[in-house]
Design a protein around this ligand. Sequence first.
Ligand SMILES: CC(C)(COP(=O)(O)OP(=O)(O)OC[C@H]1O[C@@H](n2cnc3c(N)ncnc32)[C@H](O)[C@@H]1OP(=O)(O)O)[C@@H](O)C(=O)NCCC(=O)NCCS
Length: 174
Amino acid sequence: MISTIQIREAIPSDAENLLKHLKKIAVETGFMTMGAEGPGKTVEEQRKEIKTIIESDVTVLFVALDKKELIGIAEIHGNISPKLKHIGDISISIAKAYWKIGLGTTMMEQLIEWANSPASQLKRLELTVQARNERARRLYEKMGFKLEAIMPRGVKDEGVYLDVCLMSMLIGEI
Ligand SMILES: CC(C)(COP(=O)(O)OP(=O)(O)OC[C@H]1O[C@@H](n2cnc3c(N)ncnc32)[C@H](O)[C@@H]1OP(=O)(O)O)[C@@H](O)C(=O)NCCC(=O)NCCS
């Protein structure tokens, strides 16, 4: 991987760059659930969300930076409901110029390491991915995620209904 890239947990001052990154990625690929409308959050709302995440034992948010530019995000988003608190939803997005250099693999490894650490209460990681998104599917399979279901018409992109895969990984013993 490029030596100038640094991966660390997000801090509140990343909020503005993080929102810009999400908006850019949403139009750069058709693989995100979000479209050109963007994440629909203000910088202040995002800043508060990052503060909450830092204290959470079910949610973690990593950012990748090339010098000062935010080029990737990887998140496990947990649930506050007691019956679902053991489940974390994974999402990852990397700027297209930085694909294929192992960054996705490194960020996924960091998420899984965090999920297995004493800082986390998670017992199951899950994600959804468009069936046509072969790069992402291969990455998840490589990390140990198993396909659980294919959801027909799981998303509609530019008027076309697409299959969506549900994948999961179990964490630790119960
Ligand atoms: C999916 C994504 C995170 C992958 O990130 P990346 O940094 O390119 O991933 P890596 O370089 O670590 O490669 C991961 C794996 O992808 C697979 N891969 C690479 N090129 C591929 C290709 N052309 N076709 C299919 N699979 C490919 C390989 O298995 C590779 O692992 P390997 O090199 O050890 O064999 C990135 O492409 C991305 O952010 N895409 C847009 C947003 C998105 O689709 N997010 C996921 C939504 S669920």
